[in-house]
Design a protein around this ligand. Structure first.
Ligand code: 13P
Length: 250
């Protein structure tokens, strides 16, 4: 079973033609590695191009960056879990800090989206993380635990153990500031403890990714930190050469 995950969150970048070109470069130079999976989260309009680019590679998977919690209806501008799944997505990011802080998504909404993801057969990558003010006030662990509890409240243990968690401190996203491996590890250890409190020993298999200004220079030390099972990368995943260097990290 591959135990490392490298996930690319392209945010609002990469048109279909860009995604197709990226995947050609990437798949040419990246043979399957037994110990890792690579996930792509393109904008929804470029999902098809990514799926075409990875179609002969079971080690490369794709998903969407957000879903609505309802399955269908009059929600102009939204995409549901069943729509994303029917379009070929296997994964979805839920509760990304930009959803929470730019679009005002609440803990409760995040919880409803996690339930909707499982209902649709999508694997949620549940994102949690504190702001700089919360970190400076010593609230990091409490905030992350609260976000985790709320996001997972409606989920049974059998589903929960198939989820992916991502710790992304808000102050480290797109800022060039990265948590030190020790800081990341401390939060990951707390997340693992919280997952065990919810799901028992089976929580050991849930991957916990780190995200926030990960690049080819810092990825190896972050991956070496305790309880860091992979990375969720924004800016440095947009360039195929950089991304190749990151996914080759050992
Ligand atoms: P950056 O890697 O650009 O800091 O973004 C991190 C992120 O938000 C990934 O989801």
């Amino acid at each position: 079973m591959p135990n490392l995950i490298f996930a690319a969150n392209w945010k609002m970048n990469q048109a279909p033609a860009d995604a197709a070109a990226f995947l050609r470069t990437f798949t040419d130079q990246y043979p399957r590695q037994q110990d890792r999976r690579v996930l792509f989260f393109p904008p929804a309009v470029s999902l098809h191009a990514v799926l075409q680019g990875v179609r002969e590679r079971s080690d490369l998977e794709a998903g969407v960056q957000n879903i609505h919690w309802e399955d269908k209806g009059a929600f102009t501008g939204e995409t549901s879990g069943p729509l994303a799944r029917a379009a070929g997505a296997r994964h979805v990011l839920v509760g990304h800090s930009e959803r929470r802080h730019v679009f005002g998504e609440t803990d409760e909404e995040t919880g409803k989206k996690v339930v909707a993801a499982f209902r649709a057969g999508l694997t949620p990558t549940v994102c949690v993380g504190e702001t700089l003010a919360q970190r400076e006030a010593g609230e990091t662990i409490a905030v992350v635990k609260r976000q985790l509890r709320a996001a997972l409240a409606g989920v049974d243990v059998a589903s929960l153990v198939t989820a992916i968690i991502a710790y992304e401190p808000v102050w480290a996203i797109g800022t060039g500031k990265t948590a030190t491996p020790a800081d990341a590890s401390a939060v990951h250890v707390a997340i693992r403890a919280e997952l065990r409190a919810i799901a028992g020993e089976r929580a050991a298999v849930i991957p916990i990714l780190y995200g926030g200004s990960v690049n080819k220079s810092n990825v190896e030390t972050l991956l070496a930190a305790a309880e860091v099972d992979g990375v969720l990368v924004g800016g440095a995943s947009l360039d195929a050469e950089q991304w190749l260097a990151i996914v080759r990290a050992s």
